[in-house]
Write a protein that binds this ligand. Structure first.
Ligand code: AMP
Length: 187
C-alpha cells in the first residue's frame, strides 16, 4: 500500500507517517528529512539547497524529483511508500504520477491534514524547542506556511478529485487523527 500525507508544515504528517510505517511495515519518504540529510553530509546537493532550506523556501523541483526517483525504483520499498511532505507542487505531483506508472505502482490513499495557521504556529514553536531544527527559526515559520499554501493549492485541486482523497481535521489530537486513518485504510 502506498499513501500520501499531505498538509502544511506542523500539521502532524510526520507523526502519522511514523505510526503508519510501523503498522504497515513501510517506509517514511520525507523529502524534508532527505534534504536535511544532504546538508548534514555536506553533499553537492546539500550545498545547493542550504540557503533555500534555511529561508523556508521550497527546494528546486528537479532536485527533489531526482531524490524521489531513487526511492520509487528501490525494489525493497515497492508498494511500501508513505509520502510525507512530497509532492508539494503541481510539477512534483505530475512527476510522482509518472514515476508510479513507470514502476507499476499507484497511490492507495491521499490524506490531507487540514489545519489553521494559529494551530500550526503553536505546534512549530513547540517542535523547534524539542528538535532544535535550524530552519524553524521563528521568522521562517509564517514564510513556510505561506509558501506551502501558495504553491500547494494546485496540488490540492489535483488530488481532491481523486476518489481516494480524504480531508482530515489536522487540529484534532494525534490519536484521534490516527483512529480516523485506521478506519479508512481498514487493515
Ligand atoms: P519539512 O520537513 O517537510 O517541513 O520540510 C522542510 C523544508 O524542506 C521545507 O521548508 C523546504 O525548504 C524543503 N522541502 C521539503 N520537502 C520539499 C518538497 N517536496 N519540495 C520542495 N522543498 C521541500
Amino acid at each position: 500500500m502506498n499513501l500520501i500525507l499531505f498538509g502544511p508544515p506542523g500539521a502532524g504528517k510526520g507523526t502519522q507517517a511514523r505510526y503508519l510505517v510501523k503498522k504497515l511495515d513501510s517506509f517514511q519518504i520525507s523529502t524534508g528529512d532527505m534534504l536535511r540529510d544532504e546538508i548534514k553530509k555536506d553533499t553537492e546537493i546539500g550545498k545547493k539547497i542550504i540557503t533555500d532550506m534555511n529561508e523556508g523556501k521550497f527546494v528546486n523541483d528537479e532536485i527533489v524529483n531526482k531524490l524521489i526517483e531513487n526511492v520509487i525504483f528501490d525494489s525493497q520499498k515497492k508498494n511500501k511508500l508513505i509520502f510525507d511532505g512530497y509532492p508539494r507542487s503541481l510539477s512534483q505531483a505530475k512527476n510522482l504520477d509518472l514515476l508510479l506508472k513507470k514502476s507499476d505502482q499507484k497511490i492507495n490513499y491521499i490524506f490531507f491534514l487540514n489545519v489553521n495557521k494559529e494551530t500550526i504556529i503553536k505546534r512549530i514553536e513547540k517542535r523547534k524547542i524539542l528538535e532544535e531544527r535550524r530552519d524553524d527559526v521563528s521568522n521562517t515559520i509564517l514564510k513556510r506556511y505561506d509558501t506551502y499554501m501558495q504553491t500547494t493549492k494546485p496540488v490540492l485541486d489535483f488530488y481532491s478529485k481523486n476518489p481516494n482523497f480524504y480531508e482530515l481535521d489536522g487540529s484534532l489530537e494525534i490519536e484521534q487523527i490516527t483512529l480516523k486513518i485506521d478506519d479508512i485504510i481498514n487493515v
